[in-house]
Design a protein around this ligand. Structure first.
Ligand SMILES: Nc1ncnc2c1ncn2[C@@H]1O[C@H](COP(=O)(O)OP(=O)(O)OP(=O)(O)O)[C@@H](O)[C@H]1O
Length: 491
């Protein structure tokens, strides 16, 4: 292998990304620089660290392109439960004649007692839909390869973490499982799950292969699980030989769709995979499955079993939708105050079209005594993560955000959504998909929700009418000067 040329290419790719400033890993043993153990806590995604892919991640304008890694991280942070999904899992087996096992309980998996304790300790009572099928497949012998696709929040991470923890031999003090994630923050999030699930299995150790975690030359890792980003992982396997890739039993590639959206990561992941033995179990996970992801998946995972869980469609059936007629943003703010004065709103998300409006509105609301969080495009991903974490923990009751910032973020826990500005696309047409995603709920279990749209011009009335037509759902007018009327909408 032309070691120098690929190593140089990796260096160049990584040099292109800004280094992680302020990267802090608690309890980091000085002598070897590893990131501690399964019982060690690390700074969360909100740590003051810059992403490896900062070039792509930086949002400089509300109209900037979507940032998949940031969205994925923010989604993880805002959610602390499984998403509802009543669709059936589709399974495509490598060998269609072999029986297909699916489990309804964690006991059926015959997990090590320490792991079963870890699973229950996390509050999991039974496997999620995707876990029912994926877990028996991943734990069966001989090892089977798997490509799994399901939306964020369906239990993929927990599934592959359990598989990794089940496969390691704690007596062997060398890396046996590699897990690559697209960014430093996503790697830390997965690391946290490994730490939680492995809480009662302290013999298994974990180390982070991320930029900034420098090890001395000639160091041989003793940790059984290595989680990191593709560039550093590749260096550690190849250039520095901290890891012997030939001893790897499980290779996990997480967030494949985010991975391929980041330049360089696809090639680096493939190079890592090429160093692994034929017997190594290859597992790939993705929230979406467009053709590019599929092509990548096939290059990384030979002879796979494939599991897919279709995203459950959001509907407006359980949502009460209203609109309020105003003449200016000040009037819209006044209407908002009237609504707040009349009904109790546990937590609300308010969407604005521009950063400027969002900033202004957040200021006005906090002057009125509301606990407001502001999510806006110029924030670094870690700042946004911190804002979302605080909101999720109920420290703030109102989250004001711009459209781009909140795109792709799940707002399931929020029962009131206010479109201070209606969602429109670049050409000024109604953005129906965003409207549905913001306020829609999935399936039969979806909690009832309330959506209030602020209309302040003929143009926005036209947008509202087109949204009504598109969904064939009437949006009722609400008179915010009539307190009795407002009270009724909450009942
Ligand atoms: N069997 C289970 N029972 C209850 N909760 C679960 C179960 N499996 C996972 N969870 C929880 O559901 C949430 C989503 O799970 P997980 O992060 O594994 O999903 P995911 O598909 O990997 O989503 P993402 O891609 O956003 O990470 C987490 O808070 C996790 O702790």
């Amino acid at each position: 292998m032309a070691t120098d040329s690929w190593a140089q290419a990796v260096d160049e790719q990584e040099a292109a990304a800004e280094s992680i400033g302020g990267l802090q890993i608690k309890d980091k043993p000085e002598e070897n620089g590893t990131a501690g153990t399964t019982a060690t806590t690390t700074d969360s995604g909100s740590a003051a660290a810059k992403t490896e892919t900062e070039g792509e991640n930086k949002t400089t304008d509300d109209d900037d392109k979507e940032d998949k890694a940031a969205q994925s991280l923010l989604n993880k942070l805002i959610r602390n439960n499984l998403v509802n999904n009543s669709n059936q899992v589709e399974v495509l087996q490598k060998d269609p004649n072999s029986p297909l096992y699916s489990v309804k309980s964690f006991e059926e998996l015959r997990l090590k007692p320490q792991l079963l304790q870890g699973v229950y300790g996390m509050g999991f009572n039974r496997p999620s839909k995707i876990q029912e099928t994926a877990l028996p497949m991943m734990l069966a012998g001989p090892p089977q390869n798997l490509i799994a696709q399901s939306q964020s929040g369906t239990g993929k991470t927990a599934a592959f973490v359990l598989a990794m923890l089940s496969h390691v031999d704690p007596d062997n003090k060398y890396p046996q499982c590699l897990c690559v994630s697209p960014t430093y923050e996503l790697a830390l999030q997965t690391g946290k799950v490994i730490e939680q699930m492995g809480k009662y299995y302290p013999e298994v150790k974990l180390v982070y292969a991320i930029r900034g975690n420098k090890l001395p030359r000639g160091h041989k890792l003793q940790e059984q699980i290595v989680i990191g980003t593709p560039g550093t992982m590749l260096d550690w396997c190849g250039k520095f030989r901290f890891i012997d890739p030939k001893k790897i039993k499980v290779f996990v590639l997480d967030e494949a769709d985010v991975m391929i959206a980041t330049q360089g990561h696809q090639d680096q992941s493939i190079r890592i995979q090429r160093m692994l033995p034929q017997t190594c179990q290859m597992l790939l996970f993705s929230a979406t499955f467009e053709e590019t992801v599929w092509n990548f998946a096939q290059r990384i995972v030979p002879s796979p079993n494939i599991i897919k869980l279709k995203r459950e469609e959001e509907t407006l059936d359980t949502i009460k939708q209203y609109y309020v007629l105003c003449n200016s943003k000040e009037e819209k703010f006044h209407a908002l105050c009237n609504i707040y004065g009349a009904i109790t709103i546990a937590q609300a998300m308010i969407f604005c079209h521009t950063r400027k409006t969002a900033g202004w509105l957040a200021g006005e609301l906090s002057r009125e005594g509301h606990q407001v969080a502001l999510l806006s495009g110029e924030m670094q991903v870690e700042q946004r993560a911190a804002v979302i974490e605080r909101f999720r923990d109920g420290k703030e009751k109102v989250l004001v955000t711009t459209n781009v910032c909140a795109r792709g973020i799940d707002v399931e826990q929020v029962s009131v959504v206010i479109n201070f500005d209606l969602p429109v696309d670049k050409d000024g047409n109604p953005d129906n998909e965003t409207y549905l995603h913001r306020i829609g709920r999935t399936g039969r279990f979806g909690k009832r929700g309330l959506a209030i749209n602020m209309v302040d011009s003929k143009m926005s009335m036209n947008i509202l009418n087109r949204i009504q037509e598109h969904f064939s759902k009437k949006i009722e007018r609400l008179d915010t000067d009539d307190l009795d009327e407002i009270e009724k909408i909450a009942s």
